[in-house]
Design a protein around this ligand. Structure first.
Ligand SMILES: [Fe+2]
Ligand SMILES: [Fe+2]
Length: 180
């Protein structure tokens, strides 16, 4: 395993979330009830996995390592801006969900921001996957790949959070609104 392969695996899990988000806003737009607890779970995967783990791996380790070769800097700058954009959409989903839970009907903005999030994810992940190929083939050494992999693994709190996230994705994929 390498640093790049770890991030590709993260992306595979994030693609599962993307499908769930698409189904979720589509069902909301059709007027189908989705339990608040399920939408809460989607929002916590955004903050606890994407933000706290995956973006952190990219922003704190992977991107600086690639940029230290003075390469792909423009791409990295764009990805950092997109992460901020993703965080802002996620915080809007959370804000309108809170209002909705307290009694105001906020189905429309919640569905709208979920849709925006899925569009962001598809675009961002597609571009980053290409970037990973370039970084892996042209920039990073085997030693650096191995070192980053070890660094990612060394954070034990992350392992528990990853397991929880996979359980949450398994659960969400099994809900009636995902299956029908
Ligand atoms: Fe990213
Ligand atoms: Fe990523």
């Amino acid at each position: 395993m390498s640093g790049t392969e770890t991030l590709r695996n993260d992306h595979r899990q994030i693609r599962r979330l993307e499908k769930i988000v698409v189904r979720c806003y589509t069902k909301l737009n059709e007027g189908i009830d989705i339990p608040f607890s399920d939408i809460d779970m989607i929002v916590s995967i955004m903050s606890e996995f994407l933000d706290a783990i995956h973006y952190a791996r990219e922003e704190d380790q992977y991107f600086p390592c690639v940029a230290s070769y003075d390469s792909l800097k423009q791409e990295i700058r764009v990805f950092m801006i997109e992460h901020e954009f993703g965080r802002r959409i996620a915080s809007n989903i959370s804000k309108y969900l809170q209002k909705w839970k307290s009694g105001e009907n906020q189905q429309e903005p919640v569905a709208r921001f979920l849709k925006a999030y899925s569009v962001y994810l598809d675009d961002h992940l597609t571009k980053e996957d290409k970037f990973f190929d370039a970084a892996e083939n042209q920039v990073l050494s085997q030693d650096e790949e191995k070192m980053m992999y070890e660094e990612f693994r060394a954070v034990t709190a992350v392992a528990t959070k990853l397991e929880d996230m996979i359980k949450s994705l398994d659960y969400l994929e099994s809900t009636p609104w995902m299956k029908n």
